[in-house]
Design a binder for this molecule. Structure first.
Ligand SMILES: CC(C)(COP(=O)(O)OP(=O)(O)OC[C@H]1O[C@@H](n2cnc3c(N)ncnc32)[C@H](O)[C@@H]1OP(=O)(O)O)[C@@H](O)C(=O)NCCC(=O)NCCS
Length: 148
């Protein structure tokens, strides 16, 4: 998989992946567009040939542990899962962080999203705490972090 910056032309494909993976819980199309223009926000896609198979959005923040990247959105096209694509994206992010001397990664994940929690745990993320009723439908979020 080749990892590159998201271009405007690829937002449609990214939105389709989001729709199939998150349904109504995913971002609106406009939010994907807005992310491209925000300072300190980053958007990358994974390509196999011309096909977009995975996407990753993250932002730079100053947190309790200093400079951090916060993963905002990550998904793999549903017919391309369990091939290691999301793990490749996380490895890419860890390398990107190392290069930029950002030593901590963190994210929020729904407590029921066992597939994603397993992915992050396998990668080396640890659960820091639970943010009760974080999501608008009342579900708890797990806050997970990884030291680069
Ligand atoms: C969570 C998600 C991003 C994982 O993407 P993915 O590309 O399937 O992830 P990977 O292939 O890197 O890893 C998934 C599992 O497949 C396994 N795997 C990797 N390569 C494999 C291979 N060649 N053969 C079999 N299994 C493999 C990994 O070990 C991992 O197992 P684990 O979860 O038990 O650790 C994807 O399921 C998704 O888009 N879910 C919906 C959106 C979502 O929940 N996003 C996260 C929001 S916080």
């Amino acid at each position: 998989m080749l990892i590159k910056k998201l271009s405007k032309q690829e937002i449609g494909e990214v939105f389709e992946i989001s729709q199939e993976q998150f349904d109504a819980k995913g971002w609106q199309f406009e939010l994907f567009e807005e992310e491209l223009g925000k300072p300190d926000h980053y958007a990358f896609v994974g390509k196999v040939g011309k096909e977009t198979v995975c996407f990753l959005f993250f932002m730079f923040t100053y947190g309790i542990k200093g400079e951090e990247y916060n993963i905002l959105n990550l998904a793999t096209k549903s017919n391309c899962t369990n091939k290691g694509f999301a793990t490749e994206m996380l490895n890419f992010l860890a390398d990107f962080a190392k290069k930029n001397k950002v030593l901590n990664l963190w994210l929020e994940v729904r407590q029921s999203n066992q597939t994603a929690i397993d992915l992050y745990k396998t990668f080396g993320f640890e659960i820091d705490f639970i943010r009760k009723r974080y999501y608008s439908d009342g579900e708890n979020a797990l806050i997970m972090s990884f030291s680069v």
